[in-house]
Design a protein around this ligand. Sequence first.
Ligand SMILES: [Cu+2]
Length: 110
Amino acid sequence: MLGSVLALAWAVVPAHADTLRVINLSIKQGHFHPQTVQVPAGEKFKLRVTNHGPAVEEFESTDLNREQIVTPGHSIEVYLGPLKPGRYKFFGDFHPDTAKGEIVAEQEKP
Ligand SMILES: [Cu+2]
């Protein structure tokens, strides 16, 4: 029985991993690149945030209720969505004057 459960798990997990949209966000010198991230509304996605240094940063979003430290040379993964159409601000908590961005969730046109 255990064997068939494991086989099912293996069959299901890669399919999910393949369909999840991954969006890369870089941190450099207290700025996010890109500053605006567009995603389709109503879909889950993963934000991969990489800190190219030199300072530690914290990816933070009050709108999305996320807060995660990113040390120089490292990446974090933030699972988000599905979002309603709208704009969701994020910022770098250690450089809040310069590290600003937003995620724009848009309904895809049929
Ligand atoms: Cu914070």
